[in-house]
Design a protein around this ligand. Structure first.
Ligand SMILES: Cc1cc2nc3c(=O)[nH]c(=O)nc-3n(C[C@H](O)[C@H](O)[C@H](O)COP(=O)(O)OP(=O)(O)OC[C@H]3O[C@@H](n4cnc5c(N)ncnc54)[C@H](O)[C@@H]3O)c2cc1C
Length: 179
């Protein structure tokens, strides 16, 4: 911090949801000085309320399980789902970088993912699949956040099960069953 109270950084991230914090982590890993600002007293944004399912066609977890899929199929599915809102450049960026993002976070952070055994919303439509594109983060012991844990937005009570997000409870169960 400078003497007059001004803070300097290479990257200023506004908001501490998945988008903001993922940006912050990537920038920090690239050696940049990052500052995250959050308007709420807790961090996590809408992301902290979410079910935590990521829809990432072409992910390495599906490949490791031998599930057949292709970028063309995913593109076809997205074209059908998005209709007039289909944006080719954005879709290509998503299909190219989504799988890379998952691998980056598994490699560079403590986050681990597992395939969620969910179908696409419309698996019977062109390019749709019954399994392989939905991924969930495995449970993480939030006590490792130390005092920061108190500043993490709590999940919505209405969608928790035994005090955990419903998907986390399922992922936990799968992890225990698989061990
Ligand atoms: C109940 C529920 C379940 C969901 N389940 C899923 C799911 O399973 N899978 C899925 O893909 N999506 C799901 N979603 C949607 C998903 O949660 C959101 O699309 C995603 O979290 C958005 O992330 P974000 O980083 O863009 O925004 P957010 O997580 O909302 O983060 C934005 C942050 O910016 C802060 N902010 C805003 N303006 C300012 C400002 N001017 N200055 C400082 N800070 C600011 C906000 O306070 C907030 O913390 C779900 C949503 C809900 C509500």
């Amino acid at each position: 911090m400078a003497e007059n109270g001004t803070r300097h950084c290479d990257v200023l991230v506004v908001g501490s949801g998945a988008g903001g914090l993922a940006t912050a982590i990537v920038a920090r890993k690239a050696g940049l000085e990052v500052l995250v600002v959050e308007k709420e007293p807790v961090f996590g944004g809408t992301t902290a309320y979410s079910g935590g399912i990521l829809w990432i066609p072409g992910n390495h977890l599906a490949k490791a399980r031998g599930i057949e899929d292709s970028r063309e199929a995913a593109r076809t599915y997205m074209r059908g789902e998005a209709g007039n809102h289909f944006d080719e450049a954005r879709v290509e960026a998503f299909l190219e970088n989504g799988p890379r993002m998952l691998e980056f976070f598994e490699r560079e952070t403590e986050v681990k993912f597992a395939l969620a055994d969910y179908p696409d919303y419309h698996p019977d439509r062109n390019g749709g699949v019954a399994i392989g594109r939905s991924v969930s983060a495995l449970p993480y012991d939030a006590r490792r956040l130390g005092p920061e844990m108190r500043r993490l937005r709590k999940p919505l009570e209405t969608i928790t099960f035994l005090g955990m997000m419903f998907n986390s409870a399922i992922a936990d169960f799968i992890a225990i069953e698989g061990s």
